[in-house]
Design a protein around this ligand. Structure first.
Ligand code: ATP
Ligand code: MG
Length: 255
């Protein structure tokens, strides 16, 4: 396999007495989707925020493209090529798709040229096989899946090497989820490393090349998508596989 584009060793993050992350190891390669899973409070969002330049790690080394980096601001992370799509998406309801795609990208050479922006927007959405009826449609009239698509497309305009998605399919219906998972595969095909946080094991196994489990702020196993539901649940909850299986069987008997 190619060298990782992003590599973490011994990364820890404390908030006062709370150890949110302890001794985390993570490698992300170009063209792979890594799912980050774990229970509430496992440290997933904290890890994403460390990589997004929001939280400075308390200890550890982060390498990007083979060299040690300090991600001390969101701008620094973005400049390096680490893009983040947060769960709330931060789109402007009343503005159309083109305006949202270029919002905050004032440095872009397209920013002042409406025609160039529209062409670029169409080209990108086409490349992503996105189902957006018109780029002049206001965000308010789009579905949840389409909004997620616009948010992901927006982060791609800066040509990142890594894109981090926090719960991209939460709150989406079946068809919209399929659309977003499809989009994630298109993004991977462009050679990006994708980090996807999800609580949905079905979605995770549908697109992830590797599944990284966090538990109580520590690494608790790496799986490929052939991992069974039971194996994943056991790693997430810390229960032994047999105990989880037994508990599930008991539930089925009761039901
Ligand atoms: N800014 C903060 N100050 C203090 N403690 C924090 C802060 N952010 C997170 N924590 C703590 O760090 C731990 C990990 O939280 P984090 O939000 O990373 O979990 P998570 O895996 O994203 O959970 P969820 O699935 O609920 O989103 C928790 O114990 C949380 O209370
Ligand atoms: Mg979280």
């Amino acid at each position: 396999m190619a060298d990782p584009i992003l590599s973490l060793r011994g990364v820890s993050k404390n908030f006062g007495a709370v150890a949110a992350l302890t001794d985390i190891e993570l490698d992300i390669h170009p063209g792979e989707v890594v799912a980050l899973v774990g229970d509430n409070g496992a440290g997933k969002s904290t890890l994403v925020k460390v990589l997004a330049g929001v939280h400075a790690p308390s200890a550890g080394v982060i390498r990007f493209g083979g060299r040690g980096v300090t991600l001390d601001t969101p701008a620094a992370a973005m400049k390096l090529g680490i893009a983040t799509v947060y769960q709330d998406l931060a789109l402007c309801e009343n503005l159309d798709v083109v305006a949202n795609l270029f919002l905050g990208h004032e440095i872009s050479p397209y920013a002042l040229d409406e025609v160039a922006m529209e062409v670029r927007a169409w080209t990108l959405l086409q490349e992503l096989a996105a189902r957006i009826p018109s780029v002049r449609e206001p965000i308010a009239s789009l579905s949840g899946g389409q909004r997620q698509t616009v948010a992901i497309a927006r982060s791609l305009l800066l040509d990142p090497k890594i894109i981090m998605l926090d719960e991209p399919t939460a709150a989406l219906g079946v068809a919209q989820t399929a659309e977003v998972l499809n989009l994630i595969e298109r993004v991977r095909d462009r050679g990006l490393g994708v980090i996807m946080i999800s609580h949905n094991m079905e979605d995770v196994r549908a697109v992830a090349d590797r599944i990284v489990v966090l538990r109580l702020g520590r690494n608790n196993g790496v799986f490929d998508r052939s991992a069974s539901h039971h194996e994943l649940v056991a790693a997430i909850t810390g229960a032994s596989e047999n105990a989880v299986t037994r508990r599930m069987e008991r539930k089925e008997v009761q039901a």
